[in-house]
Ligand binder design. Structure first.
Ligand SMILES: N[C@@H](CCC(=O)N[C@@H](CS)C(=O)NCC(=O)O)C(=O)O
Length: 260
């Protein structure tokens, strides 16, 4: 069996990474795969119907995709182990899985060794998912100024909280070593210019450590490698176009429905 857009990827012993170029959640897992130096095959999932440009609804998603990713979302990881199909989905769970799948000394650790410090990393990631991510979409989806201002206030509050949780020296979020916290947060920070473009919202200058962290972390080769759009389109311009459907509230993705 070979990879095929209709029938899906061939799953073997090597990890298959189901991704979509525009997805910040898939980018999180892509970063971990690259930082760990794990062997993998990327399979681009077509989440939108190319004819209409609309997102395929759950019932329209191919059977092979739902078998590998039961929630019908990217990212997902799949591989075969002794004829058993192993599947992992949800970005933060994929990332934690990779931490177990590719431990040191072969791959760098992406969580610090101390249990309480590891827990602190997870606390930061969890709050970011629960509080920041929904409002990142909501500020685009909401069409009235009062709601947008409310979202901007929440985003600022969350950014200030993040700033207070950062290791003071850095250069990375949790200290000297690049970690799962950087991988979980960076994709949405890489999309902050979209909020500036559509809603005039930006990372406040007073978040000095966050600004420094962003400048430093985005220099990493793994981060640079993930900034790719199909058909040689310029990445930032292509993403801006993708998010226009959120900004005019016509996106019919699950995130758009969940975060409205
Ligand atoms: N909580 C999920 C969110 C993943 C997600 O929403 N992915 C989007 C693409 S950015 C997706 O696959 N959406 C499918 C759909 O809306 O039908 C995670 O962290 O992996």
């Amino acid at each position: 069996m070979t990879d095929n857009a209709e029938t899906g990827p061939a799953i073997g012993r090597e990890l298959t990474f189901l991704s979509s170029w525009f997805c910040p959640f898939a980018q999180r897992t892509w970063l971990v795969l690259l930082e760990k130096g794990v062997q993998f095959k990327l399979f681009e999932v077509s989440l939108k119907d190319p004819k209409t440009g609309l997102w395929r609804q759950y019932e329209q998603k191919p059977e092979w995709f739902l078998r590998l990713s039961p929630l019908g979302k990217v990212p997902a990881l799949a591989y075969e182990e002794d004829t058993t199909l192993q599947t992992v989905y949800e970005s933060c769970i994929c990332n934690e899985f990779l931490e177990d799948y590719a431990p040191p000394p072969e791959a760098p650790a992406l969580l610090p060794p101390h249990p309480a410090t590891r827990a602190r990393c997870r606390i930061i990631i969890d709050r970011f998912n629960v509080k920041f991510v929904p409002v990142f979409y909501r500020i685009l989806l909401r069409q009235d100024k009062a709601s947008q201002d409310e979202c901007a206030a929440t985003l600022t509050e969350e950014l200030l909280w993040l700033e207070s949780m950062m290791d003071p020296q850095g250069p990375y979020f949790a200290g000297e070593a690049f970690s799962l916290v950087d991988c979980a947060l960076l994709p949405h920070f890489l999309r902050m210019y979209i909020l500036k473009h559509y809603r005039g919202f930006e990372l406040p200058a007073r978040c000095r450590r966050l600004n420094e962290w962003y400048a430093q972390a985005t220099q990493r080769p793994a981060v640079q490698k993930t900034l790719t759009a199909p058909e040689n389109q310029e990445y930032e311009a292509a993403l801006l176009k993708h998010y226009s459907k959120y900004a005019d509230s016509t996106a019919n993705s699950t995130s758009a429905k969940d975060f409205k």
